[in-house]
Design a protein around this ligand. Structure first.
Ligand SMILES: Nc1ncnc2c1ncn2[C@@H]1O[C@H](COP(=O)(O)OP(=O)(O)O)[C@@H](O)[C@H]1O
Ligand SMILES: CC(C)(COP(=O)(O)O)[C@@H](O)C(=O)NCCC(=O)O
Length: 353
């Protein structure tokens, strides 16, 4: 199977007509290429090369899976069981690709330092993980963290979620944004950018604020500390969001300016809705049942009531955010994982241009 170049989720056409096998296809900004190898017109095609899962799975190149079924079960936590074959066929090749990027980026930083006549500084390789609420960002990020830790290039891998940079509830209420938690305007973007700038500049210790899903608010006295890891994974709905109007006018940076690689986890909105509702139903027996939970009133709901409540939250908040803010950032990712039913990744699009 020859990889295709497409806009993720929208099949365009194959730019890899030469049939050079997996990895042999090329994405081009100009196409199609004529018999004499010359560009025959200047139609802009996609910067992505697209692989179906079987071709992608082969790129693991005999790399042994070092995660056990027990490790994977622990990563799934209270969620749905994660299929070990999925880990082997999808996430292992991805972690292999990432280690190549980590090594290449280190070399590139060394080249820049030597050009400047400086000593190369150790800066963390930063990976962004984006996608809708309930698409599986946290699970993907945790899997990548565990897998990357097992490679010699990146023994120290930290993970930070952007919910810590949400504005506190009191401030959301003041700005009339409590019903828009997770929308770009509900975050302290400047603080997130400052955090990433400090991490990237090699600061020995950088603190990030913490959000509690239990109390549904920022925890004022808590923080997570990032101490110059080899890799930092930054997971969140809006990590690929470009600066808004005012910020753009001030030439502000994007969060993604600090990324060395980014992953967008994608699926049809109908599937994500189903995963959101299923997770909500499960949370009734666990997190919602905790007396300290902001959502403790949901613990007593019947199945039908819980389903209706979850659907209402999905349709009022998370679905519009997905459609208007999150999904439009998909084309900025280095890699797009497109899932089908049961979280099975069906297509992988890798940016080549
Ligand atoms: N690869 C996967 N295999 C099986 N279940 C998954 C997978 N990824 C996510 N899930 C399940 O889907 C739901 C949403 O995943 P989660 O990682 O919490 O999403 P997000 O961080 O995007 O909100 C959870 O119930 C989780 O257990
Ligand atoms: C906390 C979240 C905004 C996700 O934040 P992220 O870590 O992606 O920045 C989201 O999981 C959430 O709780 N959304 C709010 C929907 C609601 O009001 O229930």
């Amino acid at each position: 199977m020859v990889p295709k170049t497409t806009v993720p989720g929208r099949a365009l056409r194959s730019a890899a007509r030469g049939g050079r096998g997996v990895g042999g296809g090329h994405a081009t900004a100009y196409g199609p290429v004529g018999k004499n190898g010359r560009v025959t017109n200047a139609v802009l095609t996609s910067p992505y090369v697209e692989l179906v899962r079987d071709d992608w799975a082969r790129l693991r190149e005999n790399q042994p899976l070092t995660l056990t079924a027990a490790d994977v079960a622990r990563l799934a936590g209270l969620g749905e069981r994660i299929d070990l074959t999925e880990v082997e066929q999808i996430y292992l090749p991805l972690s292999r690709l990432l280690t190549f990027y980590v090594a290449a980026t280190k070399r590139l930083n060394g080249v820049t330092a030597s050009f400047l006549g400086e000593r190369p500084e150790k800066t963390p390789f930063v990976i962004g993980v984006a996608g809708s609420v309930a698409v599986g960002k946290s699970t993907t990020a945790r899997l990548l963290q565990e897998m990357l830790r097992r490679w010699p290039e990146s023994p120290r891998v930290d993970l930070v979620t952007t919910d810590g940079f949400l504005l506190p509830n009191a401030e959301l209420v003041r700005r009339n944004l409590l019903q828009r938690k997770g929308f770009p305007e509900s975050y302290d973007r400047a603080a997130l950018i400052r955090f990433l700038a400090e991490v990237k500049s090699g600061a020995p210790e950088v603190q990030a604020p913490v959000y509690s899903h239990l109390v549904y608010d920022i925890v004022p006295a808590e923080s997570v500390v990032v101490r110059r890891p080899d890799v930092l994974i930054v997971e969140g709905l809006n990590v690929l969001q470009p600066p808004n109007g005012t910020a753009r006018r001030r030439n502000a940076l994007s969060i993604s300016d600090f990324f060395d690689f980014s992953v967008y986890v994608d699926a049809d909105a109908e599937l994500i809705e189903q995963w959101y509702v299923e997770r909500f139903l499960r949370l009734r027996q666990t997190a919602f049942a905790n007396p300290d939970s902001y959502f403790r009133r949901y613990a007593a709901l019947s199945d039908d009531e819980a389903r209706a409540t979850a659907l209402d939250i999905w349709q009022r908040i998370n679905r519009p955010n997905l459609l208007h803010n999150v999904r439009p950032t998909r084309s900025r990712a280095t890699l797009v994982l497109t899932k089908g039913p049961h979280h099975r990744v069906e297509r992988i699009s890798l940016r080549k241009l």
